[in-house]
Write a protein that binds this ligand. Structure first.
Ligand code: AMP
Length: 321
């Protein structure tokens, strides 16, 4: 199987080749032709499966043939649960679309926690592809900064998170603003019953794609549980980092306070550690993640804001504190 057999045009194949992707991943091989055919897709796919390219490449392909943006209209909409994921997906899509002949596709990320004005400016005269968190998207609609009435493709990424309480309230009004006739692509790592029923209500005769479960594509991950008294946890973490010479560790803790507290304790022990949680300024969140990816931080202590979708190359170990 090669990318050139999937039905993508030369401009996109060139961008793919530059990324040195040798062959499509199983999710890509299944999803790309289905999307190009115009089908709805219901895929179970995890981070690392190549799902971003699986929906971004064919969505961009379809945008190339359709009409160009008009006034405040958005042509394709990707909804995601976190700000970092919105930024990451928009950057990936911009990369895939970089050889598109002028006029270039307009791909815009919108998410909360940062000033709304630059996003309003970016959306003037519409956009081909918008990657958004639901809350900020609704704010922009309320400001009349964009119209969702011409969306032809809707992507829900990390859909189980988007359908969870808290998000679901924001999701319903967004979906109500979309035209009834549209293509829907839904990606989720898990499909609990509640997600199943919402997905069924949303999708029209979808192609169901489930490659995550097959053993040949399951990543080789060793899982280990260590019993420890709570007061000794940080000490144990320090010990494990030193003993195993872990170069990069993502540590999940339960509370915002714990992110700061554990990071501070590690720093006092001479380990470069940073904290990431939902109440940090967005600038600080972005910086912490960038520092971690650039190996300026050895340990990132995070709440579940970092639990989904982040593409971090060479992450040898994740600790659930
Ligand atoms: P994702 O699952 O979309 O978060 O992608 C995970 C990582 O895999 C990203 O760094 C992609 O650039 C990379 N990737 C996507 N498709 C391929 C492919 N066909 N071959 C190699 N790497 C890929």
């Amino acid at each position: 199987m090669s990318f050139s057999s999937l039905g993508l045009s030369e401009t996109l194949l060139r961008a793919v080749a530059e990324r040195n992707y040798a062959a499509p991943t199983p999710v890509q091989a299944a999803v790309i032709p289905a999307v190009l055919r115009g089908a709805d897709v219901w895929a179970s796919a995890q981070t690392g499966s190549g799902k971003t390219a699986a929906f971004a490449l064919p969505t961009i392909e379809l945008l190339l043939t359709g009409r160009r943006e008009r006034s405040r209209e958005v042509r394709a909409l990707v909804l995601v649960p976190t700000r970092e994921l919105a930024a990451q997906i928009a950057a990936a899509a911009q990369g895939y679309a970089r050889h598109v002949a002028a006029p270039a596709l307009k791909i815009v990320a919108v998410f909360g926690g940062v000033s709304i004005n630059p996003q309003m400016m970016a959306l003037r005269r519409g956009a081909d592809l918008v990657v958004a968190t639901p809350g900020r998207l609704l704010d922009l609609v309320a400001h009349n900064a964009l119209s969702l009435s011409a969306v032809t493709t809707l992507v829900l990424d990390e859909a189980d998170r988007l359908f969870a309480p808290g998000f679901a309230d924001e999701l319903a009004p967004v979906i109500a603003l979309l035209p009834a006739r549209r293509q829907n692509l839904l990606f989720s790592a898990t499909f609990p019953p509640a997600v199943e029923s919402l997905a069924k209500a949303l999708l029209r005769d979808p192609v169901r794609i489930d490659v995550a479960a097959s053993p040949e594509v399951a990543p080789a991950i060793v899982q280990r549980a260590i019993e420890v008294d709570a007061p000794q946890r940080t000490q144990l973490l320090r010990h494990l980092i030193a003993e195993n010479a872990w170069t990069r560790v993502l540590v999940f803790v339960a509370t915002k306070y714990a992110t700061e507290h554990v990071a501070e304790k590690l720093r006092r022990a001479g380990i470069d550690a940073g904290a990431m949680h939902g109440e940090l300024r967005q600038g600080a969140r972005t910086q912490a993640l960038a520092d971690f990816k650039a190996s300026k931080l050895r340990v990132l202590v995070a709440t579940d804001v970092a639990a989904r979708g982040l593409d971090i190359a060479q992450l040898p170990v994740v600790v659930n504190y």
